[in-house]
Design a binder for this molecule. Sequence first.
Ligand code: PRX
Length: 664
Amino acid sequence: MALGSDQSDGAALDRDLAGLLEVETFDPPAAFREHALLNDPAVYEQAARDPQAWWVAQAEQLEWFQPWERVLDDDDPPFYKWFVGGKLNASYNCLDRHVLAGRGDRVALHWRGEEGQERDITYAELLAEVQRFANALKDLGVGKGDVVGIYLPMIPEVVISMLACARIGAPHNVVFGGFSAEAVRERMEFSEAKLLITTDGAARKGKTAPIKDRVDEVMGDLATLQKIVVVRSKGTPCQMKEGRDVFYDEIVATADPDCPAEPLDSEHPLYILYTSGSTAKPKGILHTTGGYLTGVSATHRYVFDLKPDSDVYWCAADVGWVTGHSYIVYGPLCNGATSVMWEGAPDYPHKGIWWELIERYGITILYCAPTAIRACMKWGADWPNKHDLSSLRVLGTVGEPINPKAWLWYHKVIGSERCPIVDTWWQTETGAIMITPLPGITATKPGSATHPFPGVFAEVLDESTGEPVTEGQGLLVLTRPCPSMLRTLYKEPERFLQTYFSRFGRDTYLVGDAARRDSDGYIWVIGRIDDVVNVSGHRLSTAEVESAIVAHPDVAEAAVIGEHDEDTGQAIVAFVTLQGDLAGDEQTVEGIRATVADRIGKFARPKRIIWSDDLPKTRSGKIMRRLLRDIAEGRALGDVTTLRDPAVTAQLEERVKELRAAED
Ligand code: PRX
C-alpha cells in the first residue's frame, strides 16, 4: 500500500495500522530476498552443525597479521579465548586494509553538525588523522595496555580517538556524553585511566554545554589520571592545567604522520565499557580484539545485508553506548561502509531532521531505538511524509522491546512496507547482535526478535526447573561460547562468575532478561529480571539511582523502581523518605532531580517522586520492590504476608492515587 495524502490523517493511519496488526508474519519482500547476502535458511543448520567452522569463516574475513593456532580455548569455562595465538589490529581492519585495497577515497563518515555543518571524511583521511593522534598519545606516555578515557559528544574526534587507542593497544573506556562529570570521574577511577580525552563544549539543541570545566571540577584529585587532551570543538573558553592538559589540535599538528598498527594478540583488551548491573557500582564490561571484531563485522554485514559499495548506513545511537561502539565504529568501519554520523537530537532544529538526513545522504539502512520511533510517531507522519525516503531498504531496532504499533508505524510510514525490519536483541555484554531476523530469510512478527543469529545458541529456561521451555515464558540464556562475548568484568572476575554463571553453571550465560517462546519457536524478549531498568534504551540500575537520591541532604531512604511508560519504555519512579519530619515540596523534588543529574546524568532523573513515611520491608528489613511496582502501577498487591508493617502499603497506595488524580 503506497502512502497517499490521506495518510497524514492520524485516524486513517491508525485504521491502517490496526489492519496490519492482523497480519501475523511479514515475509521478506521477494525483491529483497533475491539480492540478499543470505537468503538460504540452510545457513542456520550449517552454523548449528559446526559453529566453530562458521565463526572461523567470519574471522577469515578480517586481516590477521598472524594466523591463530586454536579456534576456541574452552579449557576453563566461562573464561573462553578465541582465535588463540592470532595477531591483528582493530584499527588496521577498520582503516588500512580499505585504503590498501584502493578504497581510500570512499567516504567513511558523513558527519553532520546540529547547525547544518557538514564534514565528509574518507577512509584515507580517517587513517591519516588516526595515525597522527595515535603518535600524539604515545608522545604523552600512553603505551600498550594503558586505559584511556574518552568523554566526547558525537563529533568525528570520538571515532578518531577510539581507533587511535586501538592502533596502539590502549584499551579505551568511553563514557556516554549524557553522563555527568561525576560519573566520568568514577569510571576513570575504577579503570585507573591514565589519560582522558574530552572537549571544551558540546552542542545541546542550539546551546553549548561546557564540558572541560565540569570535568575539572571533579577530576582534580585523581592520582592515576596524568593527562587530559581537549578537543577544541565549540570554542567554549576553558581552563588548562599546566603540565596536565593539552589541546588535541596542537599535539596532532606536531605528531609524526606514520604510526604502523601494533600487531596485538587476539585476546588483547580492545575496550572497557561500564554498564549498570544490580548494584550501585557499574560493571566494567571487557571486550577483546579478535572475537569481538569477528562478531560485530559478521552481524553488521548479514543483519543489515550490507553492500558497502552502494549502501549508506546510519545508526542513530550515541557512540557512548555499546550500540555506538559496535555499530557506529567497529562493525561498519571494519566492513568498509559509508556511514552518517549525526551530532544532535531527533527534534532539533526540527522534528523532521532524521527524515531530512535520510533524503540528503540517500541513507539505505537505518538502525535506531524503539523510543525514538515512538517519539516520531507522536510527532506525526507529516514530518517523514515531507521527505523522499525511497532510498531506505533495511530498518533496524535495538535496545528495548518494540511494541507492535511502533513496529507497524516504522514498517508502513518509514519503510513504505518495502523494507524488512530487523529487531535486534543483544547487550553490552554480548558485544554483538545475538537474536535477530536475517532480512532476506526470516519472516518477522512485530515485537519479536525472532531467532538467534547463526552460530549463536539461545534458550528460554523454566525458572524453577531450569529445563528448556518449548512454548511459554522463562529466563533467557546463551548456552554456548560466542566470540564477541565479554571476557570478564574488569578487575572483578568473581563478580563476573557470580552475575552470569552462578544460576545455571559455568556453561550457561544468564542474560538477565525474561523471554517467551511462541508455538513457532520465535523468541519474544520481555524485559529485565534484575534491578536494571531501561529508560529510552538507556540502561540504569535502581541501586545506582537510589544511591544518587540519598546523597541529597534531606533524604533518609529511597527505593527506585522502573514503571511501564508509553514513551520511554520504562520510567523511573522513586519512593522517598525524608529526614526527621521534613515535608517534601516541589523544591525538594527539583533538588533531588538535580542531585541525580549531577551524580549520574539528566537521563536518570526520576519521572515521579512519591513521598513515603516508610517503605514496605520484610521482617529482615529488605525493601519489597515487587510491592512498590504493584503500587506504582495501581495493581492489586501480591503476597504481603512477609511485610513487617502492612499499614505502609495502604498509605503508599493512597499517595499514588492522589498523585495520579493530580496528573490527570
Ligand atoms: O533487556 C534487554 C534490552 O536491553 C538490555 C541490554 O542493554 P544494554 O547493555 O544497554 O544494550 C543495549 C543495546 C544493545 C537487554 O538485556 N534489549 C536490547 N535489545 C532489545 C532489548 N529488549 C528487547 N528487544 C530488543 N531488541
